[in-house]
Design a binder for this molecule. Structure first.
Ligand SMILES: [Mn+2]
Length: 396
């Protein structure tokens, strides 16, 4: 038995954060198409690898409503799997929660969509009886411990649980569960969705988040893909396979002089040396010393982008942001630690940040950004700007 576990395709992710005047239109189109291409890669692999079935554990779409083009793309890919006799089992998650019945979707007959109540689908594969248990989201948030409705392994040879959700200790409202809840069901594999970073929660039986198939912003950096599960003589071999066509990455450059052209040259030669085979969207950290602090962030970024505009296609790289970090052996001022601490605690509060960003937070992508360590980052950046190396004392 061989199958694929994937999740969080987030087809038609808008990449709004990148949609500004600076990025070349052709590059932006490639980025916009990346979630689709990543899924096509998965489908092609499924066919080449002759897998028996594919599990899609929720958040197949980025929103609850898709353009017809996106539906057509998705149906077309499922048709390819149908033609290759590959079954598909899918659940919907918190992003694409099902508010139309599965029968309204024009799905080929190799596809099984789980409803809003936990249910188990059984079928025979070769001489074995397989059971797959799961459910689709009905709303954006599910507080209930849906895991309590999953039955204990029935009289089958191999049972899989599909669940889009997060561990109870995260405090999120996404069908919370504990690892023990999952283990208590005695299943042979758990195909989880929702967390976009691939991770193993348990080795035996395997409990995995596959992560998403294409990173969509800087907090989804590195390779993304799916898990291929190969069962040979009762042993499960789980391997990660990349599908992402665009990689979000960081690059650190040391700079020693206040010469913008030199800085750009150093950066370009580093990018050239890295010989990226896939498009890399880079945030550059420039390590500088205090004497160079007058380098203007926006000006340097804009010069870098102008240089890359002609070269990004050859170099497979685009710089979407830069940041400065002060070398450890430099020192700028002697603000008293206690005064700093007192001020920082009263200024960098979540409430203050939310208050200032109130009118912006109605946009999902900004809200996501604000949720992702912005408080820590602002504090760090202010420390570096005000205290120089003292600001780095607490860091690892
Ligand atoms: Mn997701």
């Amino acid at each position: 038995m061989k199958f694929i576990h994937a999740a969080d395709l987030h087809l038609e992710s808008p990449f709004e954060g990148l949609m500004d005047d600076e990025i070349p239109q052709k590059l932006w189109e490639k980025i916009f198409n990346s979630t689709f291409l990543a899924f096509s890669n998965l489908v092609q692999d499924a066919i080449n690898q002759k897998v028996d079935f594919v599990l899609l554990s929720g958040d197949l779409f980025d929103r609850d409503n898709q353009t017809p083009k996106t539906y057509n793309f998705f149906y077309g890919e499922l048709d390819k799997l149908n033609a290759a006799d590959v079954k598909i089992f899918m659940i919907f998650g918190n992003h694409d929660y099902l508010n139309i019945s599965a029968s309204d979707l024009k799905l080929p007959n190799n596809v099984y969509v789980f409803g809003n109540q936990v249910e188990t689908k059984t079928f025979n594969l070769n001489d074995k009886k397989i059971a797959i248990t799961g459910f689709s989201y009905e709303n954006r948030w599910i507080n209930d411990k849906m895991i309590d409705n999953y039955p204990v392994k029935s009289n089958v040879d191999f049972q899989i649980g599909m669940l889009h959700g997060s561990e109870a200790n995260t405090g999120d409202n996404y069908a919370p569960f504990t690892i023990n809840d999952l283990l208590d069901k005695k299943y042979d594999y758990w195909a989880l969705g929702h967390i976009h970073k691939m991770q193993q929660l348990n080795a035996n039986p395997p409990i995995y988040y596959s992560g998403n198939i294409q990173g969509r912003h800087k907090n989804e950096s590195g390779s993304k893909g799916y898990l291929l599960i190969n069962e040979v003589n009762g042993n499960l071999n789980v391997s990660f396979n990349e599908t992402s066509v665009i990689i979000w990455d960081n690059l650190t450059i040391n700079i020693n002089e206040n010469n913008t052209n030199q800085i750009i040259n150093d950066l370009m030669s580093q990018i050239y040396k890295n010989k990226y085979s896939k498009i890399h969207l880079l945030e550059i950290t420039f390590n500088i010393n205090k004497n160079l602090l007058n380098i203007n962030h926006d000006e340097l970024l804009s010069k870098i982008q102008n240089t890359l505009r002609e070269e990004y296609d050859n170099l497979n790289a685009w710089v979407y942001d830069i940041r400065f970090s002060i070398n450890d052996n430099e020192k700028i001022s002697n603000i008293d630690d206690d005064i700093w601490q007192e001020a920082a605690e009263s200024i960098f509060t979540k409430d203050n940040i939310m208050d200032i960003s109130k009118s912006l937070s109605k946009y999902d992508f900004i809200q996501n950004h604000l949720d992702n360590n912005i408080q820590d980052n602002l504090l760090k950046q202010a420390k570096i700007n005000l205290l120089g190396n003292k600001g780095n004392i607490d860091e690892d």
